[in-house]
Design a protein around this ligand. Structure first.
Ligand SMILES: Cc1cc2nc3c(=O)[nH]c(=O)nc-3n(C[C@H](O)[C@H](O)[C@H](O)COP(=O)(O)OP(=O)(O)OC[C@H]3O[C@@H](n4cnc5c(N)ncnc54)[C@H](O)[C@@H]3O)c2cc1C
Length: 481
């Protein structure tokens, strides 16, 4: 074996996974075609649940320092979808270029001991009962085969891993010829992200900080131009005036590009010893800013399960729960981004008026407003299925509970070691310290809880005693050592 796990692709998803695995002592190799930083500037919105996950890795403050936070999204020029009512420490969106998040994750992965093989691409693989052979070609043409117990395809929308594992990727195109530009604005628009769709097309504006703004727009009158047709800056200014009545004094574009969006989801996320995560598993329009966020959460869901499998304490079926938990989340994300995209693309004046009115009324209603922010965008409401007889909170995100003592003083700090966290006032059974960190909740009446390394609830109980806890720990974390 050349590694316990080979990860193909050093985008955000692969890097988060690599950092988690290496941090847990798993031998991990990342194979990346690029030799330097990605020249593409794609994602810019980091949602609340992703910030919580970065916090669980000690990276949230550093991520926040790279960008600017915005309290919500302004749609159709008059309706606000606010994030300020979200629970937790991050009731906002962080706007920062994707490469900033990648830099943080790359540093963490390397610091934790992951090995990066850049300038190499994966051309194919085959698996057997004991492992996976991965065919790798260097840029100079040198070819070799590496072997690992597991392989994860984090290699983006055209995933070679997905193809080699023969996983279907059904779907279709949703928006062609979408223009992208990073520009300076002379007039400052709202402090929110904003999107407006009119007869001529739509324009989306996001403040990056440092005076830079990301503009995304589509001119319906231009038909479906291929991605390699250069963007006309004057056209983007004209379209912005149509959508907002002003082009905000747009100038100095530092980067312009054209892309098309597809909506696709892999039929399976696992094929034997091969897994796919991030864009390799799902792609959709950028509306709602969820692609990178969803990929990072795929990685967080899979990493501790792979650690358990490599270490030999995974319960039967644990690896299958990666697909059963994350596939439905991916499906919901495709629906949400698809809905937002289609609403922005509406061309009929009647439907646009209806859209504007219905959205305006809906956002006046607190439960609806919260549901959109919680369920459709932030990732905070993601919940995994639990067995019928489980406590009603099992599968839910556990909030950042205060703990007794100074370090760790809260749950998300306790999760930084990558272990399960057992929060209880009962004396914990011995033999699980390598996999479980025991903490004492700050509030006396809090239930005993076992929190998974990805911050979701594994188990909760009122009257847990020593025997209960030993049974629960054995079920989730394997036998005592
Ligand atoms: C305009 C636009 C705006 C967006 N905005 C947002 C946003 O605001 N928020 C958000 O969450 N998401 C957004 N996204 C989506 C986001 O950019 C992607 O979801 C994210 O990059 C996916 O990360 P990944 O690591 O899964 O894949 P990628 O970032 O695609 O990384 C895959 C890596 O694999 C490497 N690779 C590919 N094939 C091979 C191979 N055969 N061998 C070796 N290496 C290989 C590639 O070089 C690449 O580095 C946006 C996308 C676009 C286009």
């Amino acid at each position: 074996m050349n590694a316990d796990v080979i990860i193909v692709g050093a985008g955000p998803t692969g890097l988060l996974l690599a950092g988690d695995l290496a941090g847990a002592g798993v031998r991990v190799r990342v194979i990346e075609r690029r030799t330097g930083e990605s020249p593409l500037s794609r994602a810019f919105a980091v949602h609340a649940r992703t910030l919580e996950m970065l916090d669980m890795r000690g990276l949230a403050d550093q991520a926040l320092a790279t960008g600017t936070t915005v309290p919500g999204l302004l749609i159709w020029d008059h309706v606000t979808i606010g994030m300020t009512e979200l629970p937790g420490r991050h009731p906002y969106m962080l706007i920062t270029p994707q490469y900033e998040i990648e830099r943080l994750l790359l540093k963490r992965a390397l610091d934790n001991g992951a090995e990066l093989l850049s300038g190499h691409e994966v051309t194919g693989l085959e698996q057997d009962g004991g492992g996976v052979n991965v065919h790798v070609r260097a840029l100079d043409g040198d070819a070799r085969t590496l072997r690992a117990s597991y392989v994860v395809g984090a290699d983006g929308r055209h995933s070679a891993v997905r193809e080699a594992a023969r996983i279907d990727f059904p779907g279709r195109a949703v928006a062609q010829s979408v223009m992208l530009a990073d520009v300076k604005l002379a007039e400052r628009p709202e402090r929110l992200l904003s999107v407006n769709g009119v007869r001529e097309g739509f324009v989306f504006i996001a403040p990056f900080g440092g005076g830079w703004y990301r503009i995304i727009g589509r001119n319906h009158g231009n038909g479906d131009l291929p991605d390699d047709v250069p963007v006309d800056f004057e056209e983007l200014k004209w379209l912005t005036r149509k959508c907002y009545g002003t082009d905000f004094g747009m100038h100095d574009p530092r980067w312009m590009s054209r892309f098309h969006s597809e909506e696709r989801q892999a039929a399976n996320y696992r094929m034997g010893r091969v897994f796919i995560v991030g864009d390799a598993a799902h792609v959709h329009a950028p509306a709602g800013g969820q692609g990178m966020n969803t990929g990072l959460q795929d990685a967080a869901n899979l990493s501790w399960k792979l650690v358990a499998a490599v270490r030999g304490w995974a319960r039967p079926g644990l690896l299958d729960t990666y697909e059963s938990e994350r596939h439905p989340v991916g499906r919901t994300v495709l629906r949400t981004s698809g809905l937002l995209t289609r609403l922005a693309l509406l061309r009929s004046p009647v439907l646009r008026t209806l859209r504007n009115q219905v959205s305006g009324v809906a956002m006046q209603v607190k439960p609806l407003r919260r549901a959109v922010a919680l369920n459709m965008l932030s990732g905070i409401a993601v919940r995994y299925a639990a067995p019928d007889n489980a406590h009603r909170w099992v599968g839910m995100r556990v909030p950042d509970l205060a703990l007794e003592g100074k370090e760790p003083s809260r749950l998300y700090e306790a999760l930084r070691g990558g272990r399960f966290v057992l929060s209880t006032r009962v004396k914990p059974p011995e033999g699980w310290d390598d996999r479980v960190l025991h903490v004492v909740p700050d509030k006396v009446d809090t239930q005993s809880m076992l929190v998974r390394p990805d911050g979701y609830l594994a188990w909760a109980g009122d009257q847990a005693d020593h025997g209960d806890l030993a049974r629960v720990l054995t079920e989730w974390c394997g036998p005592a050592s």
